[in-house]
Design a binder for this molecule. Structure first.
Ligand SMILES: Cc1cc2nc3c(=O)[nH]c(=O)nc-3n(C[C@H](O)[C@H](O)[C@H](O)COP(=O)(O)OP(=O)(O)OC[C@H]3O[C@@H](n4cnc5c(N)ncnc54)[C@H](O)[C@@H]3O)c2cc1C
Length: 374
């Protein structure tokens, strides 16, 4: 079993598959784990509080939510240390026209066995006195949704998988494959995965290379195009934490997240910036990486957070960063299916804005593919 890519997706797959002692698993990545999109993510996992109520998108979110409930304690027990995460998301609603939509979602979620609470501005202030609610018409509180530190999670998945015998080959990219074609209709089988210095024999190949999946699928003559969408975020330190309760909430307002990290530290983000040349993803990636990102876009996000949480003005910005989200072109995110024409290659990529949220469900889908469960 060769997994190409060691972001949160490749790591989650490696961990889930490592529970089967009969599998020999190798993960290959040219870079240290979580140095792609995963390293830039905020790790907000909006499942119950998302507007997706049915279909594949809801199913994957729900599977992830359920798996996270067991996965985090499982990893923490295995490794003997905590993984930073938050329980509970509060989303501020500013548009009165959106209220019926939330009320109907609340009823749907109740039928699905999940809780969503609709808070009045007074109730918001009672729980979160640091928020400015004059513009808010309501708060949607989802106690079951979580946020998890993407790098800590990825590292934990890797450590736990390595303990179960998974090999991690970091420092070299996959540069090609060997495949044979047979049968009627013809089906290809990928037999080898090549790096510049090594050849890995493979019974199955899982492509979890984020934006790097485009050239890999092209080399297998089945191009799956992923374009980059830039995201910027910042870290801020406040002398006094906003929320001294045991369970500080992740706040969302106008698609801007405020993530408590403990000790008065917060992540705020993220921008969503589309490339100027979307038709040429390789050029778009190169263009994004050639220039520093536009600081005014991140400032706008910060101003948006200040509008609903003025106390952030007392803070000091201690870090700014950016990353590129892998967004599929001409198909829905994520791309989670066997590679067309191949009987043993699976695509687990293109998670766009939700890779941390969907990593557990993705890993379960790959496990089902490996064991022939449909
Ligand atoms: C600013 C920002 C905020 C975000 N916030 C959230 C959030 O709150 N919640 C959420 O769920 N998601 C969020 N995301 C999205 C999330 O980061 C991605 O969906 C997710 O990280 C994708 O994971 P991945 O493992 O597929 O990709 P990556 O993390 O990019 O990993 C892919 C790996 O493949 C490797 N690779 C590439 N080419 C090759 C090759 N040829 N051979 C071997 N390896 C290769 C790369 O080196 C890389 O390590 C955010 C993203 C950004 C940028």
């Amino acid at each position: 079993m060769v997994i190409v890519g060691c972001g949160v997706i490749g790591a989650a797959i490696a961990y889930e598959l490592s529970q089967s002692p009969d599998l020999v698993i190798t993960v290959i990545d040219p870079h240290p784990p979580a140095s792609g999109s995963t390293g830039a993510a905020l790790g907000v996992a909006m499942a119950v509080i998302s507007q997706k109520a049915k279909g594949r998108n809801w199913r994957l979110r729900e599977q992830s939510l359920r798996r996270y409930q067991t996965l985090l304690p499982e990893l923490e027990a295995t490794l003997g240390h905590p993984i930073q995460h938050n329980q509970g998301i509060l989303s501020l609603v500013f548009d009165p026209k959106a209220l019926p939509r939330w009320q109907s979602l609340q009823a749907i979620r109740q039928g699905q066995g999940y809780r969503l609470e609709l808070w009045t501005p007074d109730q918001i202030l009672e729980r979160c006195p640091y928020l400015a609610v004059s513009q808010a018409v309501m708060g949607i509180y989802s106690p079951q949704d979580i946020q998890v530190h993407p790098t800590e999670l990825t590292q934990a998945l890797i450590t736990a998988a390595a303990q179960r015998g998974v090999s991690f080959h970091v420092g070299e990219a996959v540069v090609g494959f060997e495949a044979v074609t047979a049968g009627e209709p013809p089906q290809a089988t990928c037999t080898e995965v090549h790096t510049p210095t090594q050849i890995f024999a493979a019974d199955r190949v899982i492509l979890a290379a984020g934006l790097g999946s485009t050239p890999l699928t092209a080399s297998l003559h089945q191009p799956t195009i992923l374009g980059p969408v830039l995201g910027q975020g910042l870290r801020l330190h406040l002398p006094n934490p906003l929320d001294s309760s045991e369970v500080p909430l992740v706040i969302n307002g106008n698609d801007i997240h405020l993530v408590p990290l403990g000790g008065g530290d917060y992540w705020i983000g993220a921008t969503v910036e589309f490339p100027a040349n979307p038709d040429d993803p390789e050029a778009a990636i190169a263009e994004f990486l050639a220039h520093p990102p536009d600081p005014t876009r991140l400032d706008e996000v910060f101003q948006g957070a200040l509008a609903y949480c003025p106390a952030l003005a007392q803070g000091t910005i201690t870090d700014r960063w950016f990353g590129l989200r892998p967004r599929p072109q001409s198909q829905a995110a994520p791309v989670l299916k066997p590679l067309e024409g191949y009987q043993n290659v699976m695509l687990a990529t293109g998670h766009y804005r939700n890779g941390v949220l969907l990593a557990p469900a993705t890993a379960l889908a790959v496990r089902d593919w490996v064991y022939g469960v449909t």
